[in-house]
Structures are given as C-alpha cells and as structure tokens.
Design a protein around this ligand. Sequence first.
Ligand code: GTS
Length: 216
Amino acid sequence: MKIHDWPTGPYPARVRIALAEKNMRARVQFVTVDLWKGEHKTPEFLAKNYSGTLPVLELDDGTFIAECTAITEYLDALDGEPTLTGRIARDKGVIHMMSKRAELELLDPISVYFHHATPGLGPDVEIYQNAEWGFRQRDKALRGMHYFDGILKRQPFVAGDVFSMADITVIGGLIFAGLVKLPVPAACEALQAWYAQMQQRPSVKNRVTMSKPIGA
Ligand code: GTS
C-alpha cells in the first residue's frame, strides 16, 4: 500500500498516527505530494482524488481511498482487529459521530481559516480567498475547543473510555491550531491536559519522522 501525503500536514498526521497505533507502519510506503507547489491540484493527482486533498491511500489493486475517516476505517477492517473505530455497534456509532464533530467544529474550520484568512499555501495555490469567512471559521474552531474541553472534563478520551479515531481527529485539529498559532484558550484546562498526554504517545510524537525508510 502507498500513502500519498505531506509529512507535516495535520490531516496526513491522522493517518500516520492511526498507522503507528495499529503497528502497521511497515506495510505502507509514503509518497510525498508537495502542497506548497500545488502538486495536489494537478490533473494527475486529481485523477487519484477528485477533492485534491491529502492523504490518499493507494491499494495494491489500484484502488484509491481518500478521506482520513475512510482510510482509518479501512485500516481497522484490514487487520480484523478494530481498535480505533470501535468493536461494537454502539462504540462505532459514537466514535464516528465524535470524529465527524471534531472535523466539523475544529479541524475543518481551522483549515478554512488557514486557507482564507492567512497567506495559506501562497498565491499560486490559493486562487480564491475570503478573509471574513476565514475569521468566522477561526471563531468556530475556538468554540469547538470549549466544546471538547467540556467533553474531556467528564471522560478520559473524546469518545469515552478508550483512545479512538475521535481522539486522533481532535489531535489533528490541535496540530493545525499550533501551525496557525491559534492557542487553546487557557480556560480549556481539560483539553490542554489531554493534549499534553496525547503528545506523549509515540504515534503522535514520531508522526513526522516515521516516513523515513525503515532502518534509516
Ligand atoms: N476531508 C479531508 C480528509 O479528511 O482527508 C480533508 C483533507 C485535507 O484538507 N488535507 C489537507 C490538504 O490537502 C492536507 S494538510 O493541510 O493537512 O497538509 N490541503 C490542501 C488544500 O489545498 O486544501
């Protein structure tokens, strides 16, 4: 399998963390697509993923699977050992909901803020920007941080008692927040404490260096 990604990207981080958590790193080869050069918007790349985003999983039979959630669900199904997307129906439902909510309320708004209200990937790639929309999305993300703070005040992980894809999605959001210098508000103590713990997980700590060839 191949993963088309950008090593430091917050969305690619979600799949890198999932791979490491599942100890599946050795089963994939990383292919770098340079976002800053707009390589994800070329016709060749759009043929792999219509949405023009990273990451994309390429299977050995030529199938392309985009969207971090879909890739994580595929990886979980592959080894017959779902550990990130839930074992039983209730857990699957809750994890999917909380991960989607982390996208809707935190990660995607920060991405919109980056692409619209900051220079983003530069004038050659950012062909349309709407700063007002970007700043509104930044404010939405800040509200999202307060929401997840409330969740983490009453339970250890985003979807309940175990680490899951939902935690990975919030981690992706906070990685992006760090890149755009949008700090977690001081009042969000539970979210800050949880993130400090998450950053100690080897899957999170080593996510960028994991693309070096094994043994290098
Ligand atoms: N919904 C997609 C997913 O979950 O996979 C979003 C993917 C996404 O936005 N990826 C970013 C991207 O391709 C990669 S990164 O910013 O995290 O590195 N952005 C480039 C663009 O032009 O939107």
